[in-house]
Write a protein that binds this ligand. Structure first.
Ligand code: MF3
Ligand code: CO
Ligand code: CO
Length: 283
């Protein structure tokens, strides 16, 4: 892995290098992360049995535009929505639709906004009505795994430390870590280097042991951590729409995502909820 010093002149495209941002870039990420988090806060008041996921998406799109920001996902690789809404056994990239929420549904809502060119990317789980005990347990564990990953971030630690921390929490409760999707660098670019995998290592049936890269974390790196944790096996199946990823065994899946910036002592979470609505149930 190589690192590049991010400058005003650096083009907002994926170069394969990890950008190291100066202190003033944190300000841009704070504004973007805060707006994305406020959008998720707003949605907490609208997730209920009877609502459709398309209605939630409309609310998110209007909220982002009303705040003078852009949705990073509308027009991204042909995607047409301001959110991804991933229900029950959907792992990620669920497409908003006229599907009506039912009592007990759990869902991830993922939103990415662009404020002054900076990306704020975050997602949380939501409950429609009262979920089953095992669904709650999965959601709680997924949140705890994200925060364990965030807690492993500091200058001098590695990407592998993040993955190991997440995997330990998830597998400790008997759940599995999805390997086919990862967190990512972000900033002026939506999906940038490095890939942030959510495991330390695992044994692949065909190619043997896979280990997360031991890439060193440096102050000024910006990336997401967004573990997807399954109740059953980690295996993914893609639906024909080309976006929706589901668990192959149809077990429940959960995800939380923060955008963070590495500091000397730890990290700054750009997408913390301003109202404390970090995890459900929300008041
Ligand atoms: N926000 C997602 C992520 O965490 C990406 C969604 S891309 C979309 O990286 F096109 F599916 F919206
Ligand atoms: Co992301
Ligand atoms: Co996201």
């Amino acid at each position: 892995m190589t690192y590049a010093i991010a400058t005003e002149e650096a083009p907002p495209v994926r170069t394969g290098e990890i950008r190291i941002h100066p202190q003033e870039d944190f300000e841009g990420m704070r504004a973007a992360g805060r707006l994305a988090a406020m959008c998720l806060d707003m949605l907490a008041d609208h997730v209920r049995p009877g609502a459709t996921t398309a209605e939630l998406d409309d609310l998110a799109r209007e909220f982002v535009l009303d705040h003078g920001a852009l949705s990073a996902t509308i027009g991204y690789r042909g995607y047409r929505h301001a959110t991804c809404i991933s229900l029950n056994h959907v792992i990620c990239h669920g497409i908003p639709s006229d599907r009506v929420l039912k009592n007990g549904d759990i869902m991830n809502i993922d939103v990415t906004v662009i404020v002054d060119g900076w990306h704020g990317d975050t997602s949380r789980m939501y409950f429609a009505g009262e979920p089953k005990v095992k669904a709650r347990r999965l959601v709680d564990t997924t949140y705890e795994s994200l925060m364990a990953g965030v807690g492993a971030v500091k200058a001098g630690a590695t990407l592998r430390d993040i993955g190991e921390a997440i995997q330990k929490v998830a597998e400790g409760k008997g759940f599995s870590v999805v390997r086919d999707f990862c967190g990512h660098g972000l900033g002026r670019v939506f999906h940038d280097a490095p890939n942030v995998v959510h495991y330390g290592s695992y044994r692949d049936r065909f190619v043997g042991v896979q280990r997360a890269p031991a890439t060193e974390l440096k102050p000024g790196m910006f990336f997401t951590i967004e573990p997807m944790i399954n109740e059953g096996k980690p295996d993914v199946r893609m639906l024909k729409d080309g976006w929706t990823a589901v668990t192959r065994d149809k077990s429940l899946s959960a995800q939380f995502e923060h955008s963070i910036g590495v500091t000397e002592e730890g990290c700054e979470i750009f997408t913390q909820s301003p109202t404390g609505r970090e995890r459900p149930p929300y008041q």
